[in-house]
Design a protein around this ligand. Structure first.
Ligand SMILES: C[S@@+](CC[C@H](N)C(=O)[O-])C[C@H]1O[C@@H](n2cnc3c(N)ncnc32)[C@H](O)[C@@H]1O
Length: 154
């Protein structure tokens, strides 16, 4: 295996996604609940930045107010690792940089989670999201993001 590849490990029933020694996501209850809270606020056609373990995508697909789910994921190794582990992907995926994605149509909801943590190290990424997301939504649409425990403010 490529030493730089994304890996998913499972310990005591909790799955963890790493890439290049960066912790990206786990499906521990608190993370899953945070993703469900985001998905519950979504409606219509939804664009997500970052696939991770696909937790928010699973909740979005199961939200009856959501019509479609498209994720921009920069790292195809993440998608390969999830496919190997889960056997499927929730919604559709565009492989590429969220910030370079140019949609044909605008979205009802845009959700950002391309940062590994809600800390100063990732603040520039979060601020970029805040500038880019409003350009991708229809009038009256919603911009949502994972902000940690108040680490970031939308
Ligand atoms: C914290 S995880 C997302 C977790 C996801 N919300 C979930 O429910 O499992 C962040 C993901 O964003 C991806 N990513 C990082 N920067 C990105 C970018 N600029 N564009 C698209 N995806 C990006 C990472 O490869 C990683 O898969």
């Amino acid at each position: 295996m490529n030493g730089n590849a994304a890996t998913i490990t499972s310990t005591q029933g909790i799955r963890v996604l790493y890439h290049s020694e960066t912790f990206w996501m786990s499906d521990a209850t608190k993370h899953d609940q945070a993703m469900k809270a985001l998905a519950d606020q979504a409606h219509g056609h939804v664009l997500v930045g970052g696939y991770g373990l696909g937790l928010v995508q699973r909740h979005l697909v199961n939200n009856p107010c959501v019509a479609s789910v498209l994720t921009a994921e920069i790292n195809c190794d993440v998608i390969r690792a999830v496919l190997d582990d889960d056997g499927w992907i929730w919604g559709r995926v565009w492989i590429g940089d969220f910030f370079a994605y140019e949609p044909g149509n605008l979205f009802d909801t845009v959700i950002g989670d391309t940062w590994a943590d809600a800390t100063d190290e990732y603040r520039d990424e979060f601020e970029r999201f805040k500038l880019r997301a409003p350009q991708l939504i229809k009038p009256g649409g919603s911009v949502l993001a994972w902000t940690g425990d108040g680490g970031f403010e939308l």
